[in-house]
Write a protein that binds this ligand. Structure first.
Ligand code: GRF
Length: 198
């Protein structure tokens, strides 16, 4: 199975994935890294690891649909079987999601559905919850909404600061995501179990 990672920023999750793949802890091949931001450090990480990377500039396209089409074309060129989002800061269009049905996953730094959005760690910390964590989920058209695949809790202790909490959450992300990607690639996860309430 071939997969691509879509990024926008630092790429610490990408780094964890690269290292896990090298150590043969991921039973699939990372064939392409796509960024929507030229300055994303994730692109440097991919380059350093010898993984093909491409920056696709959203400003070159009139709308989201045509940007997504350009990304899709790159993924098809690289024979990608599934897509991993790792700090990718864009909402995908329906056409993109339909091109990879149940084959796009994302990681989010909270126990969804709590604390959706771009500031989940900070929001959980300031809310004062005692437990937060990490969620890996399928991607749909809504933000941080798709079916949950895996979750791991992280306790917030009285002595935690926002910084120590961030460190703990990222450490869990970097362990959990490669594990789940590997299981996902091998078809070992049960998907399609979310039921609508009557
Ligand atoms: C991670 O916390 C991830 O959960 C969220 O965005 C952050 C990306 O960090 N979706 P990095 O770019 O992998 O370092």
């Amino acid at each position: 199975m071939n997969f691509a990672v879509l990024v926008s920023g630092n790429g610490s999750n990408l780094q964890a994935i690269i290292e896990a793949e090298k150590a043969k802890r991921i039973n699939a091949k990372l064939v392409l890294v796509v960024s929507d931001r030229q300055e994303a450090y994730a692109l440097v990480r991919a380059r350093n690891a010898g993984i093909p990377e491409v920056f696709i500039n959203p400003k070159d396209f009139p709308d989201r649909a045509s940007f997504d089409k350009a990304v899709l074309a790159k993924l098809k060129e690289s024979s990608v079987d599934f897509v991993v989002l790792a700090g990718f800061m864009r909402i995908l269009t329906t056409a993109f999601i339909e091109a990879f049905p149940n084959k796009i996953i994302n990681i989010h730094p909270s126990l969804l559905p709590a604390f959706k959005g771009a500031h989940a760690i900070k929001d959980a910390f300031h809310y004062g919850v005692k437990v937060t964590g990490v969620t890996v989920h399928l991607v749909d058209e809504k933000v941080d909404n798709g079916e949950i695949i895996a979750q791991e809790a992280v306790g917030i202790l009285p002595e935690d600061t926002l910084q120590t909490l961030e460190t703990k959450i990222h450490a869990v992300e970097h362990k959990l995501y490669p594990e789940i990607i590997s299981l996902f690639a091998q078809g070992k996860l049960k998907i399609g179990r979310r039921h609508e309430r009557p």
